[in-house]
Design a protein around this ligand. Structure first.
Ligand code: AMP
Length: 417
């Protein structure tokens, strides 16, 4: 039987990988400009990190984790997201001791055992950013602004920012009680999952996509009317800073996010043309997370965006990506002078000319065909005569023009190009 890639995973092949490199370079550019520094944490962690960090009542922890025992019987989980790991690393390396606030970003694969569909995979990739060590609402807005800046540089405009506050452990329980009270006589309309959520995590009923649950929660009380003074002021400040930066947003009372560790600000970015899986990213504040995983009380705020979904959204918006797989020059040669041609290719490369050639092809015609297929602009043709006279035949594949040129002149040409 033929072996194929596991269900829910995808090979990223050239030239698609161009898109990834391009987006990643813009992310790095913006992150660098905003003084966020890259952090790379392990792909797997002790399972407990996610159980305690993300929360036992979430779908991720309950249903979606790739968990296994290693050879010593320790429970290991492939990371389903990166925030818990970044906070773990921050505590483990006592980075709070460095003084100031930690600003990090990451790009990498995450793993969730979900039902694969368009825009949803079991191995997918996220880029994300975290600001750890401050409660300042400006940090929440900086994260949102950085997200927008990345989109702006990509030329992406077909998105909407949704925002809400999910309160804190002080005020959220009051709201949860209110919500439960409101839903008490609508309990039978709820789906089976939401019946469980009603007892364990009622907030999540608000973002259930099922028709019955949507109807049941249509006129439910709004969490922002139940925030404590601290959460209310925080939310107002976030909105006022967003206004100051001219960032457009929509307050969405259903937005609660899938992870338990969020406090105060929660936000999500949805994009056009993606169908059901329209969230290209989401984030929020997680002031309780560090304590949850055994550290001190260290506030934080972050965002994670899906790479695959962003690429889908950009493609849908008709955004073009610069290609990186086009060579400057193709060297075509007769077999008799292959050693001379081979040496020339590396001299060209040393000078920074992206020169390539056809491996395993003998006839000039086949080599030219390959150059043409690869969309190369210039071809250099070498035969015995050229080697003898130390001259090259240069052909412009776009105009069909040909001329004789010395190696020195060739370097000059590419310096100009
Ligand atoms: P979350 O950590 O659930 O807030 O996810 C943040 C972003 O990651 C989402 O908005 C999606 O863009 C992306 N994402 C989450 N789960 C998947 C998945 N299974 N497949 C592809 N992208 C995903």
């Amino acid at each position: 039987m033929k072996i194929v890639a596991p269900k829910g995973t995808r090979d990223i092949l050239p030239p698609e990988i161009n898109k990834w490199h391009y987006i990643e370079s813009i992310i790095r550019e913006v992150m660098n400009l905003y003084s966020f520094y890259e952090i790379r944490t392990p792909i797997f962690e002790y399972t407990e990190l996610f159980q305690r960090g993300i929360g036992d009542t979430t779908d991720i922890v309950n249903k979606e984790m790739y968990t296994f025992l290693d050879k010593k019987g320790r429970s290991i989980t492939l990371r389903p997201e990166n925030t818990a790991s970044v906070v773990r690393a921050y505590i483990e390396h006592k980075m709070y001791g460095l003084g100031g606030v930690g600003k990090f970003y990451y790009i990498g694969p995450m793993f969730r055992y979900e039902r694969p569909q368009a825009g949803r995979q079991r191995q997918f990739h996220q880029y994300g950013m975290e600001i750890i060590g401050t409660k300042d609402p400006k940090a929440d807005v900086e994260i949102i602004k950085a997200t927008e800046e990345i989109y702006k540089r990509l030329g992406f405009t077909d998105y909407k920012i949704l925002i809400n506050s999910v309160g804190c452990p002080k005020c959220r329980p009051y709201y949860e009680e209110e919500l439960k009270l409101y839903l008490k006589d609508k309990y039978d309309q709820l789906c089976d999952d939401c019946k469980v959520r009603y007892h364990k995590n009622p907030l999540r009923i608000l973002d259930c996509k099922r028709e019955g649950c949507r109807r049941a929660t249509e006129s439910a009380p709004k969490i922002i009317d139940y925030l404590c003074e601290e959460c209310k002021i925080h939310f107002e400040k976030v909105l006022s800073y967003l206004d100051a930066l001219n960032i457009k947003y929509e307050i969405n009372h259903r937005l609660v996010r899938g992870l338990d560790y969020y406090t105060k600000t929660a936000f999500e970015v949805i994009a056009g043309g993606l169908g059901a899986q329209d969230a290209v990213g989401g984030g929020g504040r997680y002031d309780g997370l560090a304590q949850e995983i055994g550290g001190k009380e260290i506030p934080g705020v972050g965002f994670a965006g899906g790479m695959e979904r962003l690429i889908l959204a950009l493609s849908h918006a008709g955004i073009e990506f610069p290609r990186e797989d086009i060579q400057d020059l193709f060297v075509v040669f007769r077999e008799e002078v292959e050693k001379e041609a081979f040496a020339l290719i590396f001299r060209l490369r040393e000078k920074g000319v992206k020169a390539d050639y056809a491996l395993g092809k003998k006839s000039i015609k086949a080599q030219l065909k390959e150059a043409d297929k690869k969309g190369v602009k210039y071809v250099v043709i070498i035969g015995e005569e050229e080697v003898e006279k130390k001259i090259l035949t240069l052909k412009n594949m776009e105009t069909g023009e040909g001329k004789k040129i010395t190696e020195k002149e060739l370097y000059k040409l590419f310096e100009k190009e």
